[in-house]
Design a protein around this ligand. Structure first.
Ligand code: CTP
Ligand code: MG
Length: 229
């Protein structure tokens, strides 16, 4: 069992098994070039440097386990316990990675490799609500700045009041048992893990997100993250 002075063990699951279709490169998004290295190097290095994380499991596309392990070794990312084949959807990839997390883990932090600029501060913020016993999960959020419209086809149906709407990011933190339960059902439609925990009856807290946690979707996002490096 891995645990140290800061208390119960925290395992991180890095979802990196997407194909990166919208990026349109000749390799998966996790291996797209970012600052002269594979993109995956950035979140791996940052998880390694985060004092709150004890161990890391990485889900990668089929056939990319070996390159991921070699990359972790090159980076000296000793917290990486295994690199496994992900699933057809993000939630299935997370589920496969969570299978590798030992029962002793108290908390599981789920992060998207597609948000490379992970900072220890936001990790600390999402872990904090879980200590009190009142919350089973915590997510970083940002206020919406654009006006939000509901549409049908190309026509505006309604302008939505955005005062109580936020955008959710990763890393998201969960009590390990709660996340395992939440991943036990039908996960196909889920775009984040918090939605599964909410559906399973878990209480999810919000904490301040980080505008630097830009999600790489298209090439322009990759260029933006490169500038922010
Ligand atoms: N992801 C995953 N397994 C999948 C699909 C996605 O682990 N089967 C991960 C991605 O690697 C990414 C995160 O979930 O870190 C968010 O997914 P997204 O941004 O949609 O990445 P991709 O699915 O790779 O991109 P695209 O949808 O353009 O193919
Ligand atoms: Mg996708």
């Amino acid at each position: 069992m891995i645990s140290d002075a800061h208390g119960p063990s925290v395992w991180a699951v890095l979802a990196a098994a997407g194909s990166g279709e919208r990026l349109g490169l000749d390799r998966p998004k996790a291996f797209a070039p970012l600052g002269g290295r594979p993109l995956l190097a950035e979140p791996l290095e940052r998880l390694e440097a985060t004092p709150w994380v004890d161990a890391v499991v990485v889900a990668v596309p089929p056939g990319w386990e070996e390159p991921a392990i070699l990359l972790a070794e090159e980076l000296g990312a000793g917290k990486v316990v295994s690199c496994i084949e992900g699933g057809a959807t993000r939630a299935e990839s997370v589920r496969a990675a969570v299978h590798e997390v030992p029962a002793e883990a108290a908390v599981i932090l789920v992060h998207d490799a597609a948000r490379p600029l992970l900072d220890a501060g936001v990790v600390e913020r999402v872990l904090q609500p879980l200590a009190a016993g009142e919350w089973q999960g915590a997510v970083p959020v940002l206020a919406l700045t654009d006006t939000v419209k509901r549409i049908r086809g190309s026509e505006v149906v309604e302008t939505v009041d955005r005062t109580d709407l936020v955008a959710a990011q990763t890393p998201q933190a969960f009590l390990a048992d709660m996340l395992r339960t939440a991943l036990g059902g039908d996960v196909a439609a889920a775009t984040d893990c918090a939605s599964l925990v909410e559906a399973a009856g878990g209480r999810v807290a919000t904490v301040a997100g980080d505008p630097r946690l830009v999600k790489v979707t298209a090439l322009a996002d990759l260029e933006l993250v490169e500038r922010l490096l």
